[in-house]
Design a protein around this ligand. Structure first.
Ligand SMILES: [Zn+2]
Length: 319
């Protein structure tokens, strides 16, 4: 009897220590419990408590969105409006899942910068984006030193999480409205975007050992095989599959996962459609096509539903 009790207690203690070593992933989409057209934002919480917001985009309802909580680090893959947030929803659940409300302008700051200033977050970006964010932080009363560089091939460790950037084959023009003034107007009239360097993906290594690939917006690149798998050995991927004419779609994205990155699990992202209704994947959607084509488990980022992943990329709770 005593022995049984002891074993039960030991089992409970082991279960606790296992769950304490998971990375929690919480989608901040536009509609509670759904996966919708503008959804990009994910919060990753390391077992040590560090909280990382990836591509806040337009579905986070500004810096006052109560779902944010503490944000230590913000990652921005590139400066297109749906990732950095040129505007945001006026409230969670405003508009429709296929056509969300995004009526609150964040120009010329961006949703990402406004959140960083309010939360005193660090913004970690690659390429030539850090000087842009440093200037925006400074202009809005933030600390420019909170804009941190992680350029290709190197990495920075912030809050116990190693952050590296990797190739994303896309574009990264800066809307001249972020520049403003006569220069911004002249650029706009000429149809020229600002140069902030190459777009990026990320590879994160959390303190429990989990390595996660965040694709950003991208086409198919050799680095997904040679670098993301071959060097970093990512076990969980967040794959953007918006499709033509912008990026990899469900078919191309499935190839990237099955033949190149080869993780143990995937979170589908950036589908530019209503992916779910009532929390269930919509038949005939791109989301469904991707899930059917991928050989490993695919998880749908339902807004507000936290998923927990162990070091091998296995979902152990919330999926
Ligand atoms: Zn995008």
């Amino acid at each position: 009897m005593i022995r049984t009790t002891c074993m039960a207690a030991l089992g409970a203690a082991l279960a606790f220590s296992v769950s304490a070593q998971t990375v929690k992933v919480t989608p901040l989409g536009g509609f509670d419990g759904e996966f919708c057209a503008q959804d990009r934002a994910l919060i990753f919480e390391d077992p040590n408590g560090t909280r990382i917001l990836y591509d806040p985009g337009r579905s986070v309802a500004g810096a006052a969105d109560p779902r944010l909580g503490k944000i230590d680090i913000i990652l921005v893959s590139h400066l297109h409006g749906d990732h950095v947030g040129n505007a945001h929803t006026k409230a969670v659940n405003a508009g429709t899942c296929a056509s969300p409300d995004m009526s609150v302008s964040d120009m010329p700051n961006s949703n990402a910068v406004n959140i960083a200033v309010a939360k005193k977050s660090k913004i970690v970006t690659g390429s030539e984006m850090p000087p842009f964010f440093a200037a925006k932080l400074k202009a809005n009363g933030g600390d420019p030193a909170n804009s941190i560089l992680a350029r290709f091939g190197g990495s920075v460790t912030v809050g116990g999480v190693r952050i590296a950037t990797v190739t994303a084959m896309h574009s990264n023009g800066l809307d001249p409205d972020y520049i403003g003034g006569d220069l911004g107007k002249a650029m706009k009239d000429a149809g020229i975007a600002g140069d902030v360097g190459l777009p990026t993906g990320y590879v994160l290594r959390f303190s429990n050992g989990l390595v996660v690939y965040l694709s950003g917006d991208t086409g198919i690149t050799a680095e997904q095989d040679l670098v993301v798998r071959g060097y970093y050995n990512a076990k969980l991927a967040v794959m953007n599959v918006g499709g033509a004419p912008f990026t990899t779609g469900p078919v191309e994205g499935a190839h990237v996962i099955n033949e190149m990155v080869k993780p143990n699990a995937v979170v589908v992202s950036h589908v530019n459609e209503a992916g779910t209704q009532g929390g269930k994947v919509i038949a005939g959607s791109k989301t469904e096509a991707f899930m059917k084509a991928v050989k490993v488990p695919v998880y749908v980022p339902l807004s507000g539903k936290t998923m927990e992943f162990d070091a091998s990329g296995k979902c152990v709770a919330g999926c």
